[in-house]
Write a protein that binds this ligand. Structure first.
Ligand SMILES: [Mg+2]
Length: 386
């Protein structure tokens, strides 16, 4: 069977040792930009001071021991990772299967808070990527990590981060097969590439929704957005158990992998909800050339989210409709799939709820109580537009 080469895979993780031992691999423009500062005239780079934090990370570690100790064990699940000791990983392509490949980046201050626990940051990074595989109906296989650690990161922080990564590699049966690690004067920035497999031609796409389809969501909607309010101290008045549950949903998404695999053949179109129900459904509508109507009264809210809506947290129901970070699956299916979907929800112990229908036309409308339309200020989170 033919293999293929994932370039840079092994080389990058070996560069972790170089970066953390004080021999960084930042580009020259990045170093100069850091030396210049936000406004002032360019200062002569003083590398010794600038990368003091990098050397701190390396305290007590030789050039390769950090990779060998923290990251190579995560590669053991797949021999093609070559123990993270080579320049690339080697993967055979099985007959009749397709690789499903996705990448997501997260940045401190944008996707998580800089003082979030490092193990949970790692696990959320893994899970938001696996959620994209779940949306395709794919089986996860392996991940590659590109990590830009701030120069002030400590060895303890990196260990805890690696511990979270290991926990999720174990939980989801995936291997870390390569990546890249550098030091940065900017915020902690992490990118993960995830590989999965699906039977050839059977991946669930956004572009196959048809007028008359039911719109379904898994689990409950809005918890992630309210969890962010909890994390940022904007949820005063919530009882502690509700606040803790919402915070957990924000910090530790549950990628719906088992559900995604079972949806193959039952649904027409699907995706995961990362940026908000209305905005993400809009992507399905655009890709499929259809419109959609959401019945707000049908939305599945957890008891904690219901409490948050009733307490008027955030923008109440609008937060549920447009807030991100739920990582539930959103899919459209013909009416004939209702019985098997109800049975599947029972079998998996995961609620599946009809929340609207696909129509001829374009765009997403939301109908509220008494059949009146709800007008939303923003459909969902968008990078670059705020
Ligand atoms: Mg997605």
């Amino acid at each position: 069977m033919p293999g293929f080469v994932l370039s840079r895979a092994g080389r990058g993780l070996r560069s972790l040792g170089r970066a953390l031992s004080g021999r960084w691999n930042l580009s020259r423009p990045a170093i100069e930009a850091a030396a210049k500062g936000p406004d002032g005239p360019a200062r002569r780079p003083v590398f010794g001071q600038q990368f003091e934090g990098v050397r701190k990370v390396a305290a007590g570690l030789d050039e390769f021991s950090l990779i060998a100790r923290l990251f190579a064990p995560l590669a053991a699940r797949h021999p093609g990772a070559l123990g993270l000791t080579d320049d690339a990983a080697l993967l055979d392509g099985p007959t009749g299967r397709q690789w499903v490949v996705t990448a997501d980046a997260v940045v401190a201050g944008v996707h998580f808070l800089p003082d979030d626990p490092p193990d949970l940051i790692a696990r959320k990074l893994v899970r938001v990527n696996l959620s994209d595989l779940a949306a395709k109906g794919a089986e996860p296989f392996a991940v590659l990590l590109a990590a830009c650690f701030p120069v002030g990161a400590t060895g303890d922080w990196v260990e805890r981060f690696a511990g979270g990564l290991k926990a999720d590699c174990d939980e989801f049966g995936i291997a870390l097969i390569g990546g890249d690690t550098v030091a940065t004067p900017g915020p902690l920035t992490l990118a993960l590439t995830a590989l999965g497999q699906v039977a050839a031609g059977h991946a669930i796409l956004r572009s196959k929704a048809r007028p008359g389809d039911d719109i379904w969501v898994s689990g409950s909607i809005g918890d992630g957005a309210f969890g962010l309010l909890v994390a940022t101290g904007r949820a005063a008045g919530l009882e502690a158990p509700d606040a803790a549950q919402l915070l957990d949903r924000y910090r530790l998404p549950r990628p719906r992998l088992a559900l995604g695999r079972r949806l193959v053949g039952l649904v027409h179109a699907g995706m995961d909800i990362s940026d908000g129900l209305v905005g993400d459904l809009g992507h399905i509508c655009t890709a499929s050339g259809v419109g959609a109507v959401i019945e707000a009264e049908w939305l599945p809210l957890s008891p904690a989210a219901r409490t948050a809506v009733d307490a008027g947290l955030g923008q109440g129901l609008e937060t549920v409709l447009t807030g991100g970070d739920d990582y539930e699956l959103l899919f459209t299916a013909p009416a004939s799939s209702r019985p098997p979907l109800v049975a599947l929800a029972d079998e998996l112990g995961l609620p599946l709820t009809r929340v609207g229908r696909i129509i001829d036309g374009q765009g997403v409308s939301v109908i509220g109580a008494a059949g009146l339309p709800i007008v939303l200020e923003h459909a969902g989170y968008r990078h670059f537009t705020g």
